[in-house]
Structures are given as structure tokens and as C-alpha cells.
Design a protein around this ligand. Structure first.
Ligand SMILES: Nc1ncnc2c1ncn2[C@@H]1O[C@H](COP(=O)(O)OP(=O)(O)OP(=O)(O)O)[C@@H](O)[C@H]1O
Length: 263
């Protein structure tokens, strides 16, 4: 399906066409074509080493594709830097969150609109200088979003003291500072305690109801089955199948892909 800018309902937010990313002889992403429909929570699953994170890195601009085309809302983004992709409306979180530990939670939030994609670990002195230029509107928005993810009470704490789950909520809130059209979540459930996980799932559902589109990598199948439709399955750098959670669960190719990963 080609992107139809006149049809906001059905046009895919993200479109990948034959994307390849290699590491030497290894084709970590080996000709992936897929579409993420506007308003969907699309799941990306697959055994360890399938190429999911490499695909995210390639989409988000932290790794360049060796071949293929990537479009966000119909416009080519392959070849752009991570901060450029971020400002075009694509936010991503990491398997292991990367807040600036010596800045406060609020200060981390205020870095988002200045162009920090989360890719670079800026030194805190430099980051503080940038924050002075922020205006009150950004601060109000930061407070509102921290409230949304349940981190208001920790707003003035150093981000380094947050638990892993709280750091994931902070990453999500930080991305929301730029009103993203699409959010890539890399293993949101990993290392998150059950209470915070419930809160994270609820926030994703809230945002989904407000029209935010998600593509998420997850090994927690309960979460995938609860949240995602469709689910895309990768193995050995390729898309093996795509379908509803029920279709994926029952598909022999998916079972094979996972069993092939067993020790
Ligand atoms: N920077 C790199 N240099 C060399 N090889 C890499 C690099 N990053 C990833 N790979 C390899 O690319 C393949 C895909 O890795 P990737 O991390 O994308 O898989 P994944 O599906 O995200 O796995 P997991 O579920 O374990 O996170 C693996 O064989 C991995 O060893």
C-alpha cells in the first residue's frame, strides 16, 4: 500500500521497504518490509538475535540502513540522524533507559525539546546550560507529563536514583514532550516490577486512545497479547509472519522460530 496523504485514517505512519542492515558478513536485518498503521499498537517479537533492536536502531537513525527505504508519515527518514528523526515525530525508548543521572527528573524532561534524542550522553554541565534557555511553557508541560506517568513526587530527584521501571516511565514522559506521532518501545516490560508495569501498560493504553501509534519489541508474551495488534514476528533478520495475536500464537512458523532458539 502506498502512502496516501489524503487518507489520514488508513495511511501507515511508518513504512519500511526492503531494509537491510549488516555487521560485516552478518545480515542482522535482511530485507525487512513492514507497515505500522496509524493508531495501532504493533508488536515486534522474535527470538534473541532476530534483529529487532537493530531494526529499531535503523528506523530511529542511530544506525544507517545498508539498503532499503524508511518513511515516516510518507517522508523518507533513512539516512537522517537520530535527533532529526526524533524531531520529525518518532520517539524511541531503550531496553536499558539512559537518563542523565546527575540531572533531576524535571531537567531530563526539559532536554527533550532542545533536541536530545536520548542517543548521546551529554555532559551535565553542557546540558544545564541548555536548560537555562527553556521557557515556562516547557516546564508546565514537563510537570503535566510527569503527573501523567506518576513521577511528580520525584520531579526534583536526580534521575540516577530512580528504579529501572521509573526510568522507563521517565523515558516515555520525555518523548511525549515533543508530541510524537510514533513511539518505538524497546522491551518496556523488562526489569519493571509488576506495579510499575501495570502503570506503564495503562499509560500506553491512554496514549493509544488519544491516537498515538506504537511499535513495541517485547519478550513478555502476556503483554504482547494484551496490548498489540497486529504482531510482527522476526527471525534471523527477516519478517516470518504478521497477524493478530491469536494467529501468531497458533502459527507453526512462529513456534519453529522460537524452538530454533532453544538451547
Ligand atoms: N553492533 C553490533 N555489531 C555486530 N553485531 C551486532 C551488533 N548489534 C547486533 N549485532 C548482531 O546482530 C544480530 C541481531 O541482534 P539484535 O540485538 O538486533 O537482536 P534482537 O532481536 O534485538 O535480540 P534480543 O531480543 O536479544 O534483544 C545478532 O546476531 C547480534 O549479535
Amino acid at each position: 500500500m502506498r502512502f496516501d496523504p489524503d487518507n489520514k485514517e488508513t495511511a501507515p505512519v511508518l513504512q519500511l521497504d526492503q531494509v537491510v542492515r549488516t555487521f560485516g558478513a552478518l545480515r542482522a536485518v535482511d530485507g525487512v518490509s513492514l507497515q505500522v498503521a496509524a493508531g495501532s499498537i504493533t508488536g515486534l517479537i522474535g527470538p534473541n538475535g532476530a534483529g529487532k533492536t537493530t531494526l529499531f536502531n535503523t528506523i530511529a537513525g542511530s544506525a544507517r540502513p545498508d539498503a532499503g527505504e524508511i518513511r515516516l508519515r510518507g517522508e523518507r527518514i533513512d539516512g537522517l540522524r537520530a535527533d532529526q528523526v526524533f524531531h520529525r515525530g518518532l520517539g524511541r525508548t531503550f531496553q536499558i533507559p539512559r537518563p542523565l543521572a546527575t540531572l533531576t527528573v524535571t531537567e531530563n524532561m526539559l532536554l527533550a525539546p532542545t533536541g536530545q534524542s536520548g542517543e548521546k550522553f551529554w555532559n551535565s554541565w553542557l546540558a544545564r546550560g541548555r536548560l537555562r534557555a527553556q521557557d515556562a511553557a516547557h516546564l508546565a508541560k514537563a510537570r503535566e507529563l510527569l503527573d501523567f506517568v506518576g513521577l511528580s513526587a520525584l520531579a526534583e530527584q536526580k534521575a540516577g536514583v530512580l528504579s529501572g521501571g521509573q526510568q522507563k516511565l521517565l523515558e516515555l514522559a520525555r518523548i511525549l514532550m515533543v508530541d510524537p506521532a510514533l513511539i518505538l518501545l524497546d522491551e518496556p516490560a523488562a526489569g519493571v516490577n509488576p506495579v510499575l508495569l501495570e502503570s506503564l501498560v495503562a499509560r500506553i493504553q491512554d496514549l493509544h486512545r488519544r491516537g498515538v501509534t506504537f511499535l513495541l519489541i517485547e519478550h513478555n508474551m502476556d503483554m504482547v497479547m494484551q496490548l498489540c495488534n497486529p504482531v510482527v514476528v522476526m527471525a534471523q533478520g527477516r519478517v516470518v509472519m504478521q497477524g493478530t495475536p491469536q494467529e501468531v500464537r497458533a502459527d507453526a512458523r512462529v513456534i519453529d522460530a522460537y524452538l530454533g532458539d532453544a538451547p
